[in-house]
Design a protein around this ligand. Structure first.
Ligand SMILES: *[C@@H]1O[C@H](CO)[C@@H](O)[C@H](O)[C@H]1NC(C)=O
Ligand SMILES: *[C@@H]1O[C@H](CO)[C@@H](O)[C@H](O)[C@H]1NC(C)=O
Ligand SMILES: *[C@@H]1O[C@H](CO)[C@@H](O)[C@H](O)[C@H]1NC(C)=O
Ligand SMILES: *[C@@H]1O[C@H](CO)[C@@H](O)[C@H](O)[C@H]1NC(C)=O
Ligand SMILES: *[C@@H]1O[C@H](CO)[C@@H](O)[C@H](O)[C@H]1NC(C)=O
Ligand SMILES: *[C@@H]1O[C@H](CO)[C@@H](O)[C@H](O)[C@H]1NC(C)=O
Ligand SMILES: *[C@@H]1O[C@H](CO)[C@@H](O)[C@H](O)[C@H]1NC(C)=O
Ligand SMILES: *[C@@H]1O[C@H](CO)[C@@H](O)[C@H](O)[C@H]1NC(C)=O
Ligand SMILES: *[C@@H]1O[C@H](CO)[C@@H](O)[C@H](O)[C@H]1NC(C)=O
Length: 693
């Protein structure tokens, strides 16, 4: 803010012109009111200027002095042994021409010394009043850009300076390395004191470090009447102390010339130091205008103090924040990666379309949350889900497969099973493999759940006879397809696990899965209990599932659907506990319709239900070879062939309807029906599947 410098220059010149004119007039001994008026005008026109920053200021600079873009007057840069000068461009009239005395004047400025090393000397700045802007032969360092060895102390200098010295120069009798001094032609100060400021009237004071890198203010006042120079120093945030640091009686009139320049000089040594002036105000014959601290430019943050603060406090904090951000981002990514990690090997690429992304399944099942749980089967939990892009409803089964070397075969088998397509089979859509042996199987979603649930858990008689017969035929046709409709014979082993699609068509699920777990590995599990009545007697002996063991299960299933009763009902009267025994005895007595599910009432087709009951008995034959094949079963069910009663008689003749001694003699120790119900898998899969290959 170099307010109207050129105008100031003009006004100064005018003052001078008026003074010269006054002298001439005085010589003429002509005193008139007109002249006193001119003099009053001149007095009110006293030189004054104020810079709250130096942007655009017309200062006279030399050496390393320059004005920075943000308005700081920079006297020295970081190069060593620099010296810089800055002057108000016009000389000022300092002396009353009438009596030759130096006018009263005052100046204030804010400075900052930013040393690269806080505890090392940076020499200093001097406020200077000088007859010329040049200092011939002047040197930096302790000479502050004012003198050299031979010019120092020369009375012809006519230089008055106030030094802010950070160097202890013994040659100039410096008191310490942090002092303020008044210099007259000579760097040996006429008066100096350690840099400090008065905190109260009674002499209390506080030391400050000139080279702290902080902005400080200096007030220099000269009273022309009693010839007293006052110098006051204070930090920028402290108002001007009442007691000056230096108060020296010294008549400047013999020292100064009429016309003098005011400005600053500074010099550095080997330690790179920035000397800045932030603002400056000067007034002749009156107090200098106070600087507006808030308008001053900011000192750069390159000073050692700022630097070290930044390094010791800022950097670690920024580093910590950065590091923790980076770490949490990495953790997030790693956790996410781990969460969605899958195992994909080259050989799986050929199964492309069958391979699902874990992320998709995770999204589909809303993170496998319990609300989406459809049921818990023998191989794992089954969740409902909606695939993210296609919006297809699926059932996702999480199974675990520990054996590492078998994984490839396992997946091959799954994909192979996925090729089985028949309207009575639940379609396997694909799989996903994760680290740790977890495999996810994706199936078509069956909205009506398991048949077992509908028959026993739901309110009874939800299924009428027509639906039941339809379901029976559906299961039969699905089993027939598994046994004979494909290149390999697939034994289902868990007929009861049938699911129902939206149209109450029976669908077999999980076929062929158990064989992947090795033959008979599931026989010892508790899940066997739930499927107990379905277990062909020879299975407990041979552990060799075959299509005929499926037929046996199918027989149990037929009786169960027709009678609405589980194959083993511990609550029934002793001879009726085993369903097949009971049906057989009723059939023998000719009262087979007594076994029909009471929930059906009389709402059924007698021929069909009798066919189903008889077929149930036939399939429950304890001799595997005496059971019909699924092909024959299909023919009986559709009425393409009559059911031979003779075979049933043969069954009775063999006296072996049910292998009492072979697997179920200990049924009395079975869990109660409620326990049975609870161990009942709500969804398919349980226990015993295996192929008959
Ligand atoms: C400062 O000087 C200008 C002329 O240069 C003058 O108009 C103004 O009144 C002066 N201000 C003070 C406070 O003396
Ligand atoms: C700066 O000051 C000098 C010296 O008085 C003068 O000649 C020059 O015109 C001024 N420049 C501006 C831009 O005011
Ligand atoms: C400092 O100023 C001097 C004189 O103007 C110059 O020669 C030198 O290159 C400057 N140093 C830097 C680092 O700017
Ligand atoms: C200049 O000196 C004369 C004579 O001593 C005095 O009357 C006048 O007030 C002085 N002017 C100023 C501005 O001090
Ligand atoms: C300056 O200060 C630093 C640390 O405060 C210290 O290690 C170094 O020795 C000091 N140097 C001098 C010349 O005092
Ligand atoms: C000091 O400066 C003056 C003026 O330029 C010169 O004549 C003199 O030789 C210098 N002295 C030294 C010791 O440099
Ligand atoms: C500078 O001032 C001191 C103290 O007054 C004095 O001893 C010394 O001789 C002076 N230097 C010169 C060159 O006159
Ligand atoms: C201030 O500095 C002076 C000179 O360095 C010293 O004697 C004095 O003890 C210091 N005072 C305080 C309060 O530190
Ligand atoms: C200088 O300081 C003294 C002592 O505090 C005071 O009496 C005097 O008025 C001051 N002079 C100026 C010009 O401020």
């Amino acid at each position: 803010m170099g307010d109207k410098t050129s105008r100031r220059c003009r006004s100064t010149r005018r003052t001078r012109t008026i003074s010269t004119m006054f002298v001439k007039v005085k010589l003429l001994l002509l005193l008139c009111p007109f002249l006193s008026l001119v003099m009053t005008l001149a007095a009110s026109d006293d030189a004054n200027f104020t810079y709250n920053d130096f942007r655009g200021a017309n200062l006279s600079l030399d050496g390393s002095a320059q004005i920075t873009p943000n308005g700081l007057l920079m006297l020295t840069n970081e190069s060593s042994r620099q010296m810089g000068h800055a002057f108000y461009p016009c000389p000022l009239q300092f002396k009353n021409q009438s009596d030759g005395n130096v006018f009263t004047f005052s100046s204030t400025f804010v400075f900052g010394i930013l040393s690269e090393y806080q505890n090392l000397s940076a020499h200093g700045i001097a406020f200077v009043i000088t007859p010329s802007r040049g200092f011939p032969g002047a040197r930096p360092t302790q000479y502050l850009g004012l003198f050299n060895e031979s010019t120092n102390g020369d009375p012809s200098n006519h230089i008055v300076a106030v030094e802010l010295d950070t160097f202890h120069s013994k040659e100039f009798s410096d008191i310490d390395d942090n002092h303020v001094g008044i210099d007259i032609n000579n760097l040996t100060s006429v008066d100096s004191k350690p840099a400090s400021y008065a905190t109260d009237q009674s002499g209390g004071h506080k030391n400050i470090s000139l080279k702290s890198g902080k902005a400080m203010q200096v007030w220099i006042e000269y009273n022309g009447l009693d010839g007293r120079i006052n110098v006051t120093l204070a930090p920028i945030n402290v108002p001007k102390p009442d007691i000056p640091l230096l108060s020296l009686r010294y008549n400047l009139s013999p020292i100064m010339k009429d016309s003098m320049y005011v400005g600053f000089s500074s010099g550095t040594g080997t330690v790179p130091t920035f000397h800045y002036v932030l603002g400056w105000s000067f007034k002749m014959n009156g107090p200098a205008k106070e600087l507006v601290i808030s308008q001053l430019p900011k000192l750069p943050r390159v000073g050692p103090k700022e630097h070290s603060k930044f390094l010791t406090v800022g950097m670690p904090i920024i580093g910590l924040v950065l590091a923790s951000t980076v770490i949490s981002v990495i953790l997030f990514i790693v956790r996410r990666k781990r969460k969605f990690a899958e195992e994909l090997e080259d050989w799986e690429l050929e199964y492309g379309p069958h391979r699902f992304k874990y992320k998709d399944l995770y999204t589909a099942t809303k993170g496998f949350r319990d609300k989406e749980l459809l049921g818990i089967g023998g191989f794992g939990r089954v969740y409902r889900g909606v695939l993210p892009t296609s919006k297809i409803e699926v059932a996702v089964k999480r199974v675990s497969h520990e054996s590492k070397q078998g994984t490839r075969e396992f997946v091959a088998e799954i994909v192979c099973m996925g090729r089985l397509q028949q309207r009575n089979l639940v379609q396997l859509l694909g799989y996903c493999r994760r680290k740790g042996g977890e495999i996810l199987l994706v199936y078509d979603y069956m909205p009506n759940g398991s048949l077992d649930k509908l028959l026993f858990n739901q309110p009874k008689a939800k299924l009428n006879w027509g639906q039941r017969f339809q379901i029976i035929k559906g299961v039969a046709s699905g089993l027939f397809y598994l046994h004979e409709g494909w290149e390999k014979v697939v034994v289902h082993r868990d007929v009861k696990s049938s699911l129902l699609d939206s149209e109450f068509n029976a669908r077999l699920g999980d076929f062929g899965l158990a064989r992947l777990y090795g033959h008979g590995s599931d026989f010892k599990t508790t899940h066997v209990v739930g499927t107990l009545g379905y277990l062909a007697p020879e299975l407990t002996r041979t552990s060799k599932p075959s299509p005929s063991t499926d037929v046996f299960s199918f027989g149990a299933f037929l009786l169960e659907v027709a009678c609405g009763r589980r194959p083993i009902d511990p609550q029934a009267s002793a001879e009726d506990v085993i369903l097949v025994d009971w049906v057989f005895s009723c059939w023998s007595r000719g009262t087979i319709l007594e076994t029909v599910d009471p929930n059906l009432g009389s709402d059924y087709v007698a021929e069909e239900i009798i066919l189903v009951l008889k077929l149930g008995l036939l399939c429950s034959h304890s001799i595997p070879t005496s059971r019909p094949t699924m092909r024959q079963v299909m023919r009986f069910l559709v009425g393409a062939a009559p059911l031979p009663d003779s075979s049933l008689h043969g069954l009775s003749a063999s006296g072996l309807i049910f292998g009492h001694d072979e697997g179920f003699s200990n049924f009395a120790t079975l869990p109660s029906s409620t326990e049975l119900a609870s161990t009942q898998p709500s969804l398919s899969s349980d226990s015993l599947l295996s192929t008959g290959r």
